[in-house]
Every structure is written in C-alpha cells, then in structure tokens.
Design a protein around this ligand. Structure first.
Ligand code: HEM
Length: 348
C-alpha cells in the first residue's frame, strides 16, 4: 500500500519541507488545493483512500502547525471525512500513514531533517516487527498451558519485542529532546475533523496496545480496570481495521498472564511462565528507556505540554507500573513454584 501515489504527491514531496521551513502557509494552501482537486478522479477504493490520507495528512497537519485550521481550506474537511470512511480509518494522518505506509524510496517528511528520516525508519521497523507478534499472541490465547506451541508463540513474540525495544534505543541515542520537541513534535498537532478532536500520529496508536491487551491488561476486578478501558477507548479507534478486529478477538479471551498464572504449577506451566517472563522483560526494555526519553522531552517543553497522543507522561507511568507489577507477579510465582525440570525447561 505504501507504493500507491493516487494524488501524485511524490512530485511535491521535496516542496513540503521547504514550505514548512519558511512557514509559507499560502504555498501550503495552494498545495492542498492541488491535492484536493485530484481526489474525485483518483480515489475510488480503500487502498487509494489510505494513501491519500497519508499525503493530504502531511499537508494539512503542516498548515495546522503553522496556525491555519485545515477547516478554512475549502473542501479539506469533507475530503478527510470521505477518505476516512473509504479507508475505514480515522479521517486524518496516523502512525500508520506517517511511518508504516510511508514509502522508503520516496519518503515523505515534514522537515527533511536527518532525525525525522531516522525516526520514520525506526518507527516503521518497530511497527513491522510487531505484526507477527500480534499473530503469535492471538494464536496463544486459546491454548491450554500444556500445549507445547505456547512456548513457541511466546518466544516469537519476545523476539519481535526485542526489535521494538532496539528501535526505541536507536531513536533515543540519535534524536535529542531539543530536535524532537522543537523541530518535529509541532508537526503532530491535534485536529478537529467532523466535530471530533483527533490526535496526531503517536506511539499509543502502535501495536504494543494489542500486545498489552493480549498479555497483561487489567481484568475487571483490578482497580486500574476503569483507567485502562478509557485508554483503550481513546486509542483503539486509530488502529487500522484489521487491528481493530484483532482487538475485538483479543478482548473475548482472558489475558494470557493472569490466566497462565492461575494454573497449578508443574514443569510445563513453569516453563511457560519462564517464557512469559522473558517477554515481560523485553516490554520493560522498551518502556523504561521510553519513559526516560518522554520525560527528557517534557522537561524542555512548557508546563502542561502533551504528547502527540494527547497525554502527559502519567499514562506512561501507569503502563510502566502495570508492566512492572505483572513482571513481579511472574517472578513471585516462579520463586514459589517447584524447580523447573530439565525435560521441559526452555533453552535461553
Ligand atoms: C523523542 C521521541 C519520543 C517521545 C518524546 C515520545 C513520547 C511519548 C509520549 C508522551 C507518549 C504518551 C502518549 C502520547 O501522548 O503520545 C508516548 C507513547 C508511546 N510511544 Fe513514544 N515517544 C517517542 C518515541 C517513540 C518511539 C521511537 C517509539 C517506538 C519505537 C515509541 C512508542 C510509543 C508507544 C508504543 C507508546 C504507547 C505507550 C506504551 O506502550 O508504553 N515512542 N510516547
């Protein structure tokens, strides 16, 4: 889908960073007009609509960043609503249009700076790696604890999360808070489309959401349940249709971690717990440095600033706390369990 270019935006992709550098809102408006004029003929199916959301999204978010409400551009809001309906996605850009469906060889950026190019590549790497992890976790959900496939699925999900955590570290090492918060973050403004405030591309729209739901989400008797349900309500709508459907399937089963902990331990159970513990460790390898990175960025922003998903770092604190607590529960269960017998112990 990334290679589609129904609005012929590739021919303008290098103009956009220049218009943004000079805050040329007149030029941006003219570019928006040209793209809007191409929609009726060029966009008739879902794939073309999704590619158009990406390219129109780049131009309209740029206008918003420079203080022009996209609704003042004739036809822009109607076009977003039409494209969103056709694509069956939120009617604006998302982390999927910005990164995962942004063609590597004809990359679209807001700024053209090396840091943004790296950011898009790493978010793409992270998001792509987690696709199979979601499939593996969904396959694991219905399996009884003694099914040998469980260990295989958990191992595959752990390997994928390693790539995710690594991508975050690459961003952390290469993009300073100053460059991200002053040079890039302004291009991720909220936009009101069809009377609804929609947040910009951001991490909360990424697949760790589905991983959490499958593995560690709070169950109804947990005091964090209400908070988590609201977090899901606010973020699931930004996922592509196939992932939203996966979310529905996941919610029909109990999350893996508490379910597997409820089993009376024997060698097989403990081997599965061990695998789960390695997965939790990788999730923390992402979440802890990510929290540091988000805090370092917030420190240099005005008080009360929000991430592109509309949150303070409180939501990240809650997720770190939830993940740490789950990791600890596993460690405690592990410590209390009979010794892992060698026939069932997974190799590290
Ligand atoms: C300078 C870079 C970054 C900053 C300042 C940052 C900041 C934030 C903030 C403030 C949130 C809370 C939700 C929101 O309001 O958007 C968030 C969520 C999230 N971000 Fe980032 N982020 C950065 C880079 C990344 C990268 C490179 C990835 C992926 C490799 C990532 C993945 C996530 C995920 C998955 C969430 C949802 C919460 C979670 O699952 O823990 N972020 N980020």
């Amino acid at each position: 889908m990334s290679e589609l270019d129904p609005l012929r935006f590739t021919e303008h992709k290098d103009e956009l960073p220049e218009l943004n550098r000079t805050a040329d809102t007149g030029g941006l408006e003219r570019l928006a007009h040209r793209l809007l004029g191409r929609i009726p003929e060029a966009v008739t199916d879902r794939a073309a609509a999704s590619a158009s959301l990406r390219d129109l999204g780049f131009v309209l978010a740029s206008l918003e960043r420079h203080g022009t409400d996209h609704r003042t551009v004739p036809g822009a809001e109607e076009a977003l609503l039409k494209l969103g309906a056709l694509a069956d996605e939120v009617p604006r850009d998302s982390v999927y249009t910005y990164s995962l469906r942004n063609p590597e060889d004809r990359l679209r950026t807001f700024t053209g700076i090396a840091e943004e190019v790296l950011f898009i590549a790493e978010v793409r790497r992270a998001g792509t790696a987690l696709r199979p992890a979601v499939d593996h976790l969904m396959a694991a959900l219905p399996l009884p604890v003694r099914d040998p496939l469980l260990v295989e699925h958990l191992t595959a999900a752990t390997e994928a999360f390693k790539v995710f955590a690594h991508a975050l570290l690459t961003v952390k090492r290469n993009i300073t808070p100053e460059v991200f918060s002053t040079g890039m973050r302004p291009y991720f403004p909220p936009m009101t489309v069809g009377g609804t405030v929609l947040y910009a591309p951001g991490g909360a729209q990424m697949t760790p959401l589905l991983v959490d739901m499958a593995v560690l989400r709070p169950e109804p008797d947990d005091p964090r349940h209400a908070w988590y349900e609201q977090y899901l309500d606010e973020n699931l709508l930004y996922l592509p249709a196939a992932y939203r459907a996966a979310g529905d399937t996941i919610m029909a089963s109990r999350p893996l971690l508490p379910r597997l902990l409820d089993e009376t331990p024997d060698g097989t159970t403990v081997a599965v717990w061990d695998r789960l513990r390695l997965l939790m460790r990788e999730i923390l390898h992402f979440r802890l440095p990510h929290l540091q990175l988000a805090r370092a960025n917030m420190r240099i922003r005005p008080d009360g600033s929000l991430g592109s998903g509309g949150y303070t770092t409180d939501s990240l604190d809650h997720l770190v706390e939830l993940t740490t607590e789950r990791h600890q529960r596993l460690a405690d269960a592990f410590a209390a369990a009979p010794p892992l017998d060698h026939a069932t112990a997974p190799r590290r």
